[in-house]
Design a protein around this ligand. Structure first.
Ligand code: AKG
Ligand code: FE2
Length: 328
C-alpha cells in the first residue's frame, strides 16, 4: 500500500483577519447599516455595499481576487475573524427566516461576496432575500434542506437551476453549542484521481437528471433536463450533482455516481464553523453538505447567514425581471 499524506485542513489555509482588520470591516459594515435606511435588498443599499466592498482590508481583497482566479484544490475560501455582534438575538426558529436589515454580519458578508461577483437570490426560495438564515426549524428535522438536522447530503447548490450560483457564502454568527454540526465540503479536484476511467466516462455523459425541490415547483409535468455530472476540461472538470435529488438513468450511471459519492467521502473536509467564520464554496468545483446535529430550539442553536454570488450577472438577465437581483 502506498502512503498518502492527508491534505491540509481548511483552517490551515484560512485567511484570518487581524483584530484591527476586523475593526475596520466592522466600521465599513456600520456605514452600510446607515446606507439606504439599512434595507439590504434595495438597489440603493446594494450600490452602497458595492462601493464599500472596494475598501475592505487589502489582505482580504487579495485573497478574494486570487480565489476568483483559482479556487485551489479544495474550492473553498475560509475567512476567519469577521465581525459578528457579541450580543445576538435568539436564533430564529421560524421557517424561511432572512436578514432584511443590514446588521454588522449581514453587511460585512455582503461586501465580501460583492468582491466575488454580483449577489443574487431566487424568488421561490426564502422570499427572494439576498441574506438568508440557515437555522434548524422545528418539525423539519428530516428535510433535505438547510432547515433540517439529519445529515444533509452533499450537493451543488441549486443544482437543478440553470442559473445556479457560482459561489455560496456561509457565515457563522452563532456556533453549534453541541459542536456536532459540521459543514462538509469536497472538491472534484481532489476526488477525480480516485475515480476509475469508466466512472469518469459515464459521469461525463447525459445520463443523469436532477429534480427541483417542491418550493421551485417540484418536478411538475415537464421532466427536468438530462445532464452530465462532470463537464468541461476532462482533467479539471466542473461538477453538478445533488446526492438527494440527482438520479442516474441507467445501471452504469448509478455505479459511477456511487464511485463519486465514495470519492467525495474520502476527500471531505468537515468544519465546525465558529462565530466570524465565512466559508465561501466555489459551487462549480465543490459540493457541500452538513453532518447531523441535535437542535434545542431554545434560541442557542447554530445560526449561519447565506449569500449567493455569480461571476456573470449579465448571463441571467432574462431571468431577472426589471434587472434586479432576484431570479425567477
Ligand atoms: O448548514 C450547513 O452547514 C450547510 C447548509 C447548506 O447546504 C446551505 O445552506 O446551502
Ligand atoms: Fe447548500
Amino acid at each position: 500500500m502506498t502512503e498518502t499524506s492527508s491534505p491540509p485542513a481548511l483552517t490551515d489555509t484560512a485567511v484570518v483577519l487581524t483584530d484591527p482588520e476586523r475593526e475596520a470591516v466592522a466600521r465599513l459594515a456600520g456605514e452600510l447599516g446607515r446606507a439606504a435606511s439599512g434595507v439590504v435588498d434595495s438597489a440603493a443599499w446594494l450600490a452602497a455595499a458595492r462601493d464599500v466592498s472596494v475598501r475592505l482590508p487589502r489582505h482580504l481583497l487579495s485573497a478574494t481576487r486570487e480565489f476568483r482566479y483559482h479556487a485551489g484544490p479544495d474550492g473553498v475560501l475560509l475567512i476567519r475573524n469577521l465581525p459578528v455582534p457579541e450580543e445576538l438575538p435568539a436564533t430564529p426558529t421560524r421557517p424561511g427566516s432572512v436578514q432584511r436589515t443590514a446588521s454588522t454580519a449581514a453587511a460585512a458578508m455582503a461586501a465580501v461576496m460583492l468582491q466575488l461577483g454580483e449577489v443574487i437570490a431566487y424568488r421561490s426560495e426564502k422570499s427572494g432575500a439576498l441574506v438568508q438564515d440557515v437555522v434548524p426549524v422545528p418539525g423539519r428535522e428530516r428535510q433535505q434542506s438547510n432547515a433540517g438536522s439529519v445529515r444533509l447530503q452533499m450537493h451543488t447548490e441549486n443544482a437543478f437551476h440553470h442559473h445556479r450560483p457560482d459561489y455560496v457564502g456561509l457565515l457563522c454568527v452563532r456556533e453549534d453549542p453541541t459542536g456536532d454540526a459540521r459543514l462538509c465540503t469536497a472538491s472534484i479536484r481532489r476526488a477525480l484521481p480516485l475515480l476509475s476511467r469508466d466512472a469518469r466516462q459515464a459521469l461525463s455523459e447525459q445520463r443523469f437528471m436532477t429534480e427541483p425541490p417542491p418550493s421551485f415547483g417540484g418536478s411538475g409535468s415537464v421532466p427536468p433536463p438530462v445532464h452530465p455530472i462532470l463537464r468541461g476540461a476532462p482533467d479539471d472538470p466542473d461538477v453538478l450533482v445533488d446526492f438527494a435529488s440527482t438520479h442516474p438513468l441507467d445501471d452504469g450511471a448509478r455505479r459511477a455516481m456511487e464511485e463519486l459519492r465514495t470519492a467525495f467521502e474520502r476527500t471531505t473536509h468537515a468544519l465546525a464553523l465558529s462565530a466570524g467564520d465565512l466559508a465561501v464554496v466555489d459551487n462549480r468545483l465543490t459540493v457541500h453538505g452538513r453532518t447531523s446535529f441535535a437542535p434545542r430550539y431554545d434560541g442557542t442553536d447554530r445560526w449561519l447567514h447565506r449569500v449567493y454570488a455569480v461571476t456573470d450577472h449579465r448571463r441571467s438577465r432574462a431571468g431577472r425581471p426589471g434587472g434586479g437581483s432576484v431570479l425567477d
